[in-house]
Write a protein that binds this ligand. Structure first.
Ligand code: HMH
Length: 210
């Protein structure tokens, strides 16, 4: 039996729920998230995305030519996203020259360590990382301003289509992968789920400056 993105979700519903349902997100939806929590997320996620962009770039180096278009479009979108993050940070007078918190660093290290993993493992991780935000930001339901803009960035129809293309590409790679590689891809999926949960918790635990 071949592993697919869909089978990973149905085999590990609890891990995936914990990756995508968090009080951070429900409190954005309720409008009760505190500035220290939201701003910590914003800065740390910007730093995360700089490393995520490098991860996608390295993934391109391992990908079959037929997967270039989706990945290159993804990289273009990430350039726009990094500029958008810088705008959002400037609006809030946030300093992006901030050290990464340990949780963010661990997530970045995980992505860095996938450089030598088989492409099927990288493609599965890439899909999981994007799908986590695609679902996480949509599941609480429509968000009030200013959080609607954030929810829409990862919940919009174009991004949802992009995530489906990433799933197709991961499925294609998994379909021709050995059992060992499929096992490694499943482990990477579970690792992403855990790191996502930890990332929300990191931001949620942020204390207001004294
Ligand atoms: C932590 N996971 C985290 N940040 C993001 N921006 C994404 C995923 C993108 O999908």
């Amino acid at each position: 039996m071949t592993l697919t993105c869909e089978s990973l979700l149905s085999t590990h519903p609890d891990s995936w729920r914990d990756a995508t349902v968090h009080p951070f997100l429900t409190q954005c939806q309720a409008g009760t998230i505190q500035p220290a929590q939201f701003n910590t997320w914003l800065v740390q996620d910007y730093l995360f995305v700089t490393h995520f962009t490098r991860f996608v770039g390295r993934g391109l180096a391992a990908a079959p030519v037929s997967h270039f278009e989706v990945l290159l479009n993804g990289l273009m979108a990430l350039q726009a996203e990094l500029s958008w993050f810088r705008e959002k940070a400037a609006e809030r007078s946030l300093n992006l020259q901030t050290p990464r918190q340990l949780t963010c660093q661990r997530y970045c290290d995980f992505m860095g360590n996938l450089v030598n993993a088989p492409y099927a493992v990288q493609a599965t991780a890439l899909w999981a990382i994007e799908y986590a935000y695609n679902q996480g930001w949509q599941l609480p339901g429509p968000m009030p301003a200013p959080y609607d803009e954030f929810a829409d960035r990862w919940g919009n129809a174009g991004f949802t289509d992009y995530v489906k293309l990433l799933a197709n590409q991961a499925d294609e790679a998994l379909n021709i992968a050995s059992t060992d590689i499929q096992t490694a891809a499943a482990a990477a999926f579970l690792h992403v789920a855990r790191l996502e949960q930890d990332f929300w918790q990191m931001a949620y635990s942020a204390e207001p400056p004294t």
